[in-house]
Design a protein around this ligand. Sequence first.
Ligand SMILES: NC(=O)c1ccc[n+]([C@@H]2O[C@H](COP(=O)([O-])OP(=O)(O)OC[C@H]3O[C@@H](n4cnc5c(N)ncnc54)[C@H](OP(=O)(O)O)[C@@H]3O)[C@@H](O)[C@H]2O)c1
Length: 406
Amino acid sequence: MSIREPATVLFGATGYLGSLAASTLLAEERCRLILPVRGGRSRDEVLGPIVAECEASGCRIGPADLDRVEVTELPPTAQIPQLAERFRDLGVSRIVHCAGSVHYFNRAKLRAGNVELTDAIVQLALRLDLERFYYLSTAFSCGYRSDPVPEQLHPDPESDPTDYTWSKREAETLLARSGVPFVIIRPSVVVGNSRDGRYSGKRYGIYQIWHAAERFLGTNYPPVIYTVATPNRLHVLHQDAFQAGFLACYRHLPAGRFVHLVSRDEGLPDLRDLYHLWLERVAPASVLRCYDTLEEVPLDEMDSQQRLWLEFTSVNHQIASHPWSFETPSLDELASQGLEITHATLQTLAVCQEHFLSNGPRAWESRRESRADRAKTRVRESPHPAGSSSNNGAMDVLPNEQVGVP
Ligand SMILES: NC(=O)c1ccc[n+]([C@@H]2O[C@H](COP(=O)([O-])OP(=O)(O)OC[C@H]3O[C@@H](n4cnc5c(N)ncnc54)[C@H](OP(=O)(O)O)[C@@H]3O)[C@@H](O)[C@H]2O)c1
């Protein structure tokens, strides 16, 4: 790797947003990229998804591009500041910090992955002569509040959806008060690509709801579906919009900025729209009954599968029922300088839904059945896809996937 061009260190390249940010920088910038990763992963293992994302976006990556990338082992958190000497020699001028924990119910992991890790990376940054430090936080770091959320540090709210938002607020605070030239980027919940729906993130938000519907309701939707869904907008952002917004922040924003990287309010659907979209596609004969709170739902009129489904998605429903509203002066400024992103609408989410359905458990099951038919093998009928060890689908939805506010 030549050291003529400045170098950018990107933490979290093995994660969903980190690999999207890395593929954006690889495709669009000339900088050298240093990717510290843990777990002894090979260079090919790390670069595979990053290069695949570039190619899926229509950008060919040649050997000269790959020469600009160095994959290196991430030391334990406490030793991260000791990377300073090496990074100074490599001419590191920017840090992009996309690593973080999304273990919503595990305060120890959230503290380690969001607060302590960020603190160590900030200590490293203080030993370098950095031009900029970009931190991926979340639009929801404010916790529950009902007034428009400003682009500034947040005080502690009355309550948080989960400890996750607390840990992200702590990380923002220690970075913003450190003296490092920061830009804090706060995306809403990132969903698949707006053009083809491809998605490689974890099962959060709408993916968790869709997945739980497939598992608990399967192909036997009852005539009436009861759910909690208010007319509040669902704050989602397409991954291509994330990439374009991230790049604009990287190229244009001065230090000291907080950026709500979110879709425009006007076009965003609410959860009711999303459920109608889903039912039209998978169970057109079913009728949807929406309630504002779980307490109002007539639980005794539901079968056990529906009850399980509601239970698993309840925190999601609770968060989606909150009227979040984010101020966007930075995004407006970037738009006035030419940034164009595809804002999420019901139509663009239909693209993601279609991609999910054609790659999800139902499609998998139908491919499995047709393979079995072709082989004239008798497949024992089961309402659950292979790999499920439960008789109600509950085992297929991990406890940590019950909520979705990245
Ligand atoms: N996905 C979203 O919709 C969304 C929206 C807004 C904000 N965010 C924020 O963006 C960040 C990345 O989210 P994601 O969806 O990309 O998550 P992800 O796919 O789970 O990736 C997390 C990344 O962080 C690394 N990491 C986690 N804990 C770590 C630790 N203790 N020490 C070192 N590295 C650690 C992981 O490394 P390993 O691969 O080694 O585990 C991985 O590279 C998070 O901070 C999240 O708060 C995400």
